[in-house]
Design a protein around this ligand. Sequence first.
Ligand SMILES: [Mn+2]
Length: 336
Amino acid sequence: MSVKHAGKVPAKVLRRVSAAQSLLVVTHARPDGDALGSMRALTLAARAAGKTAWMLMPDAVPTRYAFLFADETPAPAGRFAELAAKAEAVVILDTSVFGQLDGLDKAIPPVAEKLLVIDHHATPGELGGLLWNDPSAAACGVLMRELIEAMRWPQDAAVCEALWTAIVSDTGWFHYPNTDARSLHHAAALLEAGVQASALYDRLLRNDRPERLKLVARMLGSLEMHCGGLLAVMTIRKADFDASGTRPDETENLINEALRIGSVEAVILLTELDGLCRVSLRSRTRLDVAQIAKSLGGGGHTRAAGVRISGSLEAVKPRVLAALTEALGRLGGSPR
Ligand SMILES: [Mn+2]
């Protein structure tokens, strides 16, 4: 297969990974399929190559992705110092900001010399160490596969499934605007290696509990349209979790429902949590929501970003609505 669509791994990154006999592989809180698949793939491939590797993250594995971790639970944030001391390299995946690494803000700076940060966000940053940030990569999973290929590490079925999960999660199964020849090149290679795409689609996206559909119904019931149809706003309140019997880690991708509306350029989903409000932002083709999230203290990608803001949903909503309304106004034009 042609590899002209694959990216090139920086030599510094290859040297750092080659030199380390043991890796602590870390990903972010509130993990998505890209974070989890990337962490799992790098860990398993490194072990298959004869290295020692540990996984660690600040949150539990969401049920949807438990199949990737059948035999092993990633270590909690509380074990970071102990494992980082043992590891020759600490690899942080799919984020480069402290805001997504709950409980690790004091533990990371002392190991900056061992740190390798691999990310693909438009708003990179502040962790220190060696940073490999490639916002042109659709998923961290794309960078993982390029790293594993460059290292010539074995890719068994479990590694391929984890890489597939990472890439499909961040490309929306190849329909988000970030879908490109590079992500499809890696997807094709994974299919050739035997990945069962349809079975994984069923497992990942047609595997909800009925309670989650009831949560979707309540979220859709909250839908408001603003800016002449350009902006959709939805909310999920504590009462919605309680009434449907769901939890705040079951909201992944729900925001995309509002992009079914033809006129919509941007979506805000506000989720009420303990003492704070989770703000998720999406845009279709024009608005840079990463910049808006950044201006509010968060970050993300051009078309998918977010921020967590202290305070009640009632207090947060007008601020976010104003920011999006202003940005859409600057964009000009009429509804599509
Ligand atoms: Mn990602």
